[in-house]
Structure formats: C-alpha cells, structure tokens
Design a protein around this ligand. Sequence first.
Ligand SMILES: [Mn+2]
Length: 394
Amino acid sequence: MAQSDILFPLLDAFKIELPSWGFADTGTRFGKFFQDAAAGNIDEKLADAGQVHKLTGSCPTVAVHVLWDFKKEQNASEVAAMAKRHGVAIGAINPNVFQDQEYKWGSITNRAEAIRHAAIEHILDSVKIGRTVGSQYLSLWFADGINYPGQSDIIARKHWAAEALKQVHGAMPQDMTMLVEYKPFEPAFYATDIADWGMASHFARVAGPRAKVLVDTGHHYQSTNIEQIVAWLLDENMLGGFHFNDRKYADDDLTLGSIDPYQIFRIFHEIENHRFRAGQLPPIAYMVDQSHNLKPKIEAMIQTVDMAQQLYAKACLVDRKALAESQAREDLVQSENILRGAFLTDVRGLLADWRKSKNLPADPLAAHRQSGYEKKAAAERRKKYGSKGGGGYA
Ligand SMILES: [Mn+2]
C-alpha cells in the first residue's frame, strides 16, 4: 500500500481548532508588544482564522472566550454568522471565571457561596451560548487554587468543584462534551484545585459521562511523560482533547514542536497505537492554545498546523505490526528504531501532495506571505487602532 493511501484519509480527518485569542495582541506579565496586524475584535479574529483555514484546509473551527469574544450587547448568533462569513464555525466555548475582581479568592471553589453561584451562572450562560452557536465543546480551565499552606481547606475546595461541575454537566445538551483542563501551577503557586490529569479525570467522572480530560501540552512539570498520560486516558475513555503548544520551561505558549517535536510525535504515536489496539478512536478535539507575543500571529498558526500535520503523518507511518513483533522478541533497539525511522521520515513531499489533491497551496506559509493579507490587515488595523492595538485578547 502506498504511503499516500494510508495517510491521505487520516489527514482528511485530522482537524485542528484555532483559538480566537491567538490572533489578538498579547504579551507576558512584563508587557505587551503590539503588532499592527493583530486582530482587535471578534470579527477580525475570525477573519484571521478564516485565512489560516483557507490556506491549510484543516482548521474549520475557532475556539472562543466568552468574556473576550461575546460582549454584553453582542448576540451570540451574530458571532456564529460572522464566523460563517469568514469560512469557519465556532468551536469550543471557553467560559472566563478568572479575570473579574470577585474571583480573587477563587471561582467555583470560592468559600463564598454567592461567588461560587456567580461563577456557575457564568458557565451556564456559556452553555447557552454554546447551544446558540452550535458548539459541541464546553472547555473549562480554572485558575482556582491557593498560594500558601493553610490558606484554605483543600478538601472543601474539592467538594465545591465537584458540585459545580455536576451542576454544569446536568445543564449541557446531549451533544455537548465538557472538557476539564488541568495545570500544575500558575496563577496558584501552592495548590491548584485541578492540578493534574488524575484530578481532572476524577472531576470529569464525577461530573458525568459527557465530561472528559483536556491535555494542554504546556501544563505539566518538566520531564512528565505526557504521552503515557495520553495513552492511559485513551484506554480509560477519558481523553477529550488537546491544547497544543510547546514550551521549554513552564506554560510558554511557544509554537507546537518548536522545542521538542519528538514529544509531540510520541503523543500522536500513542493515539495511533490506541486506534491499532482498539480498532477505532474516540472523538478527540485537537485545539491550539498559543498566543504569540513576538511571531506574527497568522504565520505562527500556519506553522503550528503544518508542524502538527507533519508529526501526525510521521506517527501514522509507524509500522505497528513490525513494532509488535519486535516488542515480542524484546528487541529494544529495533523497536525504538521503528519509531525513530518514522519520526525521521521526511513527509513534507507527501503533505504537499495531499494539499494539492485538495486544491490547497502546497506551501501554505509561502502562500500566506504572497497573499498580501498581513500587509493589508496591518494597514487597516493600524489606521483603526493606532500603535496601541485593538485592546488585546480581552
Ligand atoms: Mn490551555
């Protein structure tokens, strides 16, 4: 069987969701560097995402942040129509219960019942927005946690989080999936309420059958074996999706595979290994969670999508029958070489052929650079917003 016969249908099905916040001005906690072409409102974010989808053919949906993308006066169905005009659809709905002053001591785990209630109401409103725009995913990340030993009763917080997630799950339509994201630290520096995949899968199980775990590749301690977590979650039918990015130190938001492409390859290898073992895969929401401070945002997204496709294609080329045989012989060298061989295969030609078969540009980054989109957006937006941008992702 030709490699293209194996790969092309898999690439057809491999869709990656873009984050609306990845197209707006953002920075580090030390400052923000503005880009003339950065999107200043939801219409521009969706237009930029539409440009990435037009050139890659693989990013039909855009994740949105409720506070940043749905202003009070904005009708949710208008945003859905806006997305359609730009050739994309609204993807995961991300409630925002970490920004308002009332959440200083937590949102769903705040000891004040009124604040917990307000946070749950906001998430329920997000479910409603999701219904209106036809979103299949409610994506939950909580900044909740504590900074000092003794600050709070961690088990009370565990119970409050479980209660909140159960209540939200009960309000979700049947076709909506709740994604529970975890992160070991930041902003909380002593104990984060959902700190790792064990806690996330506990809360997902408690919430209900349509709750799964979201793995953000930047949300682990150094040297954590992320692919092993992914393999376990798949085997437990608890993997819901990913937030893709890369990092060298903490949650760095670097472009996928820029630091450690082999790690992302190993994650895809475990996913395809699950397909090999189980005969099928559950739905997996592949999403990008990167907001770029220095790289041009659309270019960074195209680069990420291209890298994800390359690493995914390489993982699909692993000869799983040969691997099982060499594993049975305890032939460690050969088993590792089977993985390394697939990883080292240059799939760029195959990927270009796949794109041509879809009437897409063989090199989407070059096509973007030639399109003049960035220059036009920069001129228009600079005129509209001045040198201080359109207000960042908020
Ligand atoms: Mn994330």
